[in-house]
Design a protein around this ligand. Structure first.
Ligand code: C2G
Length: 447
């Protein structure tokens, strides 16, 4: 008897899962399925698992292809299972291609083509569907988004859009997406929600058209470069009952949220200063998007990050803001600092694409400070320090992958729960960020 084994979460059981099990069973005579525990999924950074374990097991059994169900609860279990159950074939979807080659020492390993698109009509759960996402723009960040979205339950990236059709086609093939488009309206028709990962100056129009077509929008930072545009987009989202969220990944990361909690809890006394820095040297080559004379420059490219802790800790109602910056010969800023004054506190945000500096976040209070060392925007650990160094603490928090899955998970949660309010990066935060971007661009143009 040929024994086959496969593993998975099988959350919100769908046609992709059913087809996988059907083909897995066809590889032999006896199919064992390892269903993951919530703890195992949490440990590997899979977020938003909806169905309880028992329900996921029932769904796997109900498929009719399965002879035995086991539980996957620790990493390294697969080798032990293969030996324990005398397995001949290990199989899993092609999204895992290469990852389980190490099992070839113990049995045959087969990667089955992943089902490219799962249609909601095939879902067993009648009362809730998977959020089908589309991605606008097909650059490096877009690829990471697709990879991370696969680790968020309740969503599947189905389509890619690029005005250059070839770009979308190549991307869809590489990431095994069902659809690709160079026609934006047709693209919107194929999805429930979009993630905009195109150049800054295209965000507004893409977001506006998507909202008016009834699609939820997650938009890369900076969402827009003017306060008026930000307000208009939130207005469209409200009137259509849709979620509009700015994709500023750090805002949703567990470690950053932890640092914010400590800062706001009073443990540092009264916060008097927030200083944050983000620099990345970017070569000024012809056609480089970051050196575009109208919307390019280090500030629009990077300042969303250092402004985030400032807005979250000291609020959006600063009394004054001013900028100091150096530009290149085309008046594009290569190094810039924003100074904000609040009642009782000051803050500064530093960015550079032509100057390199230390990228740290320092939050200073009357009783102590928090230091998050570079790269603070991928917050994994930080120090809480006091005059009495015996009280100092070292805090760490998980950060999985590129850290994009946290914002995607929040976006999906907000779509599924219309009463959920996004406090992690609220509309007030987005509007304030757009206002600061606008002020900076005005200051730069008036130089
Ligand atoms: N799958 C598929 N087509 C889809 C979605 C999923 O063929 N559209 C496959 C996956 O490749 C996997 C199985 O269905 O083989 C279960 O998918 P998930 O529930 O997402 O589980 P996964 O995270 O892939 O767990 O140890 C766990 C395993 O490594 C896989």
């Amino acid at each position: 008897m040929k024994k086959v084994i496969t593993y998975g979460t099988f959350d919100m059981f769908h046609e992709g899962h059913r087809r996988l099990l059907e083909r897995a069973k066809a590889l032999g005579d006896y199919l064992i399925v390892g269903v993951t525990t919530e703890q195992f999924d949490m440990g590997r950074g899979k977020l938003n698992v909806v169905d309880p374990l028992m329900c996921r097991i029932d769904n796997v059994r109900a498929s009719g292809y399965v002879d035995e169900v086991i539980i996957e609860e620790y990493s390294g279990q697969k080798i032990a299972d293969i030996q324990k159950y005398g397995v001949d074939v290990f199989t899993v979807g092609s999204d895992w291609r290469g990852s389980f080659d190490y099992l070839k020492e113990y049995c045959e390993v087969v990667y089955l083509e992943r089902t490219k698109d799962i249609s909601s009509s095939d879902l067993r759960t009648a009362d809730r569907g998977i959020v089908h996402m589309g991605i606008v723009g097909t650059g490096r960040i877009a690829g990471r988004i697709v990879e991370e979205a696969r680790l968020v339950s309740g969503t599947a990236v189905r389509a890619a859009y690029n005005p250059r059709g070839e770009g979308a086609k190549d991307f869809a093939e590489r990431y095994e997406l069902g659809f690709h488009f160079d026609d934006y309206d047709a693209f919107l028709q194929s999805v429930d929600a979009i993630h905009i990962a195109s150049p800054h100056d295209t965000h507004y129009e893409y977001a506006r058209r998507a909202l008016l077509a009834g699609k939820h929008v997650l938009c890369e930072k900076p969402m827009v470069l003017s306060e008026d545009e930000a307000k208009k987009l939130f207005g469209f989202a409200d009137s259509c009952g849709l979620v509009l969220m700015e994709a500023l990944k750090t805002a949703y990361m567990p470690g950053f949220l932890n640092a914010l909690n400590i800062a706001k809890s009073g443990r540092l006394g009264i916060i008097r200063d927030v200083e944050a820095s983000f620099t990345r040297l970017i070569p000024d080559v012809p056609g480089a998007r970051e050196y575009d004379p109208v919307v390019g420059g280090g500030f629009t490219e990077l300042a969303s990050y250092p402004l985030l802790p400032i807005l979250k800790i000291l609020g959006t109602k600063y009394e004054d803001i001013r900028f100091e910056f150096f530009t290149n010969d085309k008046s594009v800023d290569v190094y810039a600092k924003a100074y904000l004054r609040y009642a009782g506190a000051v803050a500064s945000a530093k960015t550079g694409i032509g100057v390199k500096s230390e990228g740290q976040l320092l939050i200073s209070g009357t009783e102590g400070y928090i230091l998050v060392k570079s790269p603070w925007w991928l917050t994994r650990t930080f120090e809480v320090c006091y005059e009495n160094t015996a009280l100092n603490e070292h805090v760490s928090a998980p950060l999985q992958g590129y850290g994009l899955r946290y914002e995607i998970a929040d976006f999906i949660r907000n779509i599924n729960d219309p009463t959920a309010r996004s406090f992690k990066f609220s509309r007030e935060d987005s509007i304030a960020l757009a206002r600061i971007m606008q002020k900076f661009l005005e200051a730069r143009a008036n130089r």
